[in-house]
Design a protein around this ligand. Structure first.
Ligand code: TXA
Ligand code: MG
Length: 308
């Protein structure tokens, strides 16, 4: 549906009635519902086939709204100032008086909050007047959607309406930073903001720990149907090739012929989906440098390659 004023109010009515909306954001498309309505949140889990212990991000307009749901210390405030609206999710202690339901937080004492930059997402949050719970709009464990066509291809059950916000500009999920009392800042998920950019504001970021982690970061996430062969230097017969910086002769596509990691991030999920659609059983991917957004791209590729 076009994100016209009518489209937005239609989508807001769907959310208000406990329904699900395909939500464009600058990272990936989300599957949005009223975060304060446990029945609507349950419908998200059902549509994704997601294990219920996996908490959802509450999408808000900014720090003022987020502060009703989560406790901000100075470190969290500084990160929100620097990166909101934008592709940063903060995991913070939950406010006991918050409106987001327990089910959306999977019963945790913490909550993930993010203020997206995409104007359509912001218009819908404004029209609904409540936080939106929105995981990436893919079936659990599969590739996140970065276009309306991807949502059509996945055909999630119970998805009532999709707002068309064009191709996701960034193409990788938000970076997730946990800011919790008596804990170092932890980078729970590499994402659309390179680590060095976050660390310029926040100082060094520790890794996820056993106690503080993102439950949704399973090894087998983001998986295409085909198997992946990473760091491929040549193509074997029958393989679908995904190149980078013109490496991998004969590749079906190149994430960025100029070697631009931002462009590569934006095109990654579309490439994996195209590879699956080709019917190939093995996807060979050229080496991606580990710096900047390359770390997040490689993280996703390793998870996609991991099979239980
Ligand atoms: O870019 C994004 O973040 C997209 C768009 C739609 O906003 N959303 C997204 O949501 O990627 P999802 O549900 O696919 O991934 C959210 C991750 C999960 O791994 C989940 O475990 C983690 O965030 N998370 C959410 N709340 C958390 C919490 N309280 N503590 C630790 N991890 C949390
Ligand atoms: Mg996801």
């Amino acid at each position: 549906m076009a994100p016209s004023p009518e489209g937005i109010s239609k989508a807001a009515a769907v959310i208000g009635a406990g329904g699900l909306v395909g939500l464009p954001t600058e990272t990936v498309y989300g599957l949005a519902a009223d975060a304060t309505n446990p029945v609507a949140v349950a419908a998200i889990y059902a549509a994704k086939g997601r294990p219920q212990f996996n908490p959802l991000i509450a999408h808000v307009l900014g720090a003022a709204d987020a502060a009703r749901e989560a406790m901000f210390c100075d470190r969290a405030t500084a990160l929100a100032r620097a990166f909101w609206p934008g592709p940063l999710t903060l995991v913070l202690p939950r406010q006991k008086t918050g409106a987001v339901c327990d089910l959306a937080c999977a019963g945790l004492a913490t909550i993930g909050v993010r203020a997206p930059a995409h104007l359509v997402a912001r218009a819908l949050i404004t029209a609904v007047g409540r936080p939106l719970a929105a995981p990436s709009a893919n079936p659990s464990g599969r590739i996140s959607p970065t276009s309306v066509q991807h949502l059509r291809d996945d055909a999630l059950p119970g998805l009532d309406i999709v707002l068309d916000g064009g191709a996701s500009a960034l193409g990788l999920e938000s970076s997730i930073v946990a800011v919790l009392p008596n804990e170092p800042l932890r980078l729970l998920r590499e994402g659309a903001i390179p680590r060095a950019t976050l660390e310029a504001i926040a100082g060094p970021l520790a890794a996820a720990s056993e106690a503080v982690s993102a439950p949704g970061m399973l090894a087998s996430h983001y998986a295409p149907r085909a198997r992946l062969r990473l760091n491929a230097l040549g193509l074997e017969s029958g393989e679908y090739g995904i190149g980078f910086a013109r490496y991998l002769r004969g590749a079906a596509m190149d994430l960025s012929p100029d070697g631009n990691l931002t462009e590569a991030a934006a095109r990654l999920y579309g490439a994996l989906r195209a590879a699956d659609a080709s019917g190939a059983t093995i996807i060979a991917v050229a080496p991606i440098p580990e710096h900047g957004l390359g770390a997040a791209i490689n993280d996703r590729l390793r998870r996609a390659a991991a099979r239980d």
